[in-house]
Design a protein around this ligand. Structure first.
Ligand code: SF4
Length: 215
């Protein structure tokens, strides 16, 4: 079996397990689990990890169906990727796969708890192991903290990190209501991050399939 066929087989096997998962429901963290179906795309070379599904994603049933998806797609366009690269070539996933619900304060969505992230993490680790991407985009502080350790966004956005044999590029939360991006100095960090992404797009030949994966 070729490596891309093995990868597709491993990911396909994950879909049923994700859709059947009710761990956060039986654990009392969610009233009703509604896992988002992993989107299987051919030979992805970038994995993008967000925080958790929002209400639009929960309703529509695919990752980043809401405003964050539009922002992220536009950011990839700014980094020089072809139109629709975000949807067609990036493997989209998140720390947890069920909408955590609204925040009790009424201000936005509830971030997933440490316990929920722990229950869902094995799915994410299996996705990374199956795909083995050269580049991972971490979107939002929770995703960045989960893989790079807890630190301020200002210390990570605009930098590229090398861990576990791959590159990790942090991005801010892309909801469109992120107050972090209101500050000019933070928007400059986003510009720097997208410049780094543009550089990696060329250096890692991310627009084309690598020769070893070509049919
Ligand atoms: S968030 Fe993850 S671990 Fe929790 S029920 Fe949904 S799929 Fe399962």
């Amino acid at each position: 079996m070729r490596s891309d066929e093995r990868q597709a087989s491993n990911l396909a096997g994950l879909v049923g397990e994700v859709l059947a998962c009710r761990l956060c429901q039986t654990g009392g963290y969610l009233a009703a689990a509604n896992p988002i179906r992993p989107a299987l795309i051919e030979a992805p070379r970038i994995v993008l990890i967000g925080q958790a599904p929002g209400p639009v994603t929960d309703r529509k049933g695919y990752h980043f169906a809401g405003p964050a998806g539009s922002f992220l797609s536009a950011w990839l366009d700014r980094a020089g990727f072809p139109p629709n690269y975000f949807r067609e070539h990036v493997y989209l996933t998140s720390l947890t796969r069920c909408f955590p619900g609204k925040s009790p304060s009424g201000n936005g969505d509830r971030p997933p708890s440490r316990a929920e992230m722990g229950l869902c993490r094995p799915f994410l680790d299996r996705e990374l192991a199956a795909i083995d991407p050269p580049l991972v985009l971490l979107v939002g502080k929770l995703a960045i903290d989960a893989f790079l350790g807890k630190q301020p966004l200002t210390a990570t956005v605009g930098q590229v990190f090398e861990r576990d044999g791959r590159l990790w590029l942090p991005l801010p939360h892309a909801s469109g209501v992120s107050r972090w991006l209101n500050a000019p100095e933070n928007r400059a960090l986003l510009d720097q991050a997208l410049s780094e992404l543009a550089r990696l797009r060329v250096e890692l030949s991310l627009q084309g399939r690598p020769a070893t994966m070509a049919t």
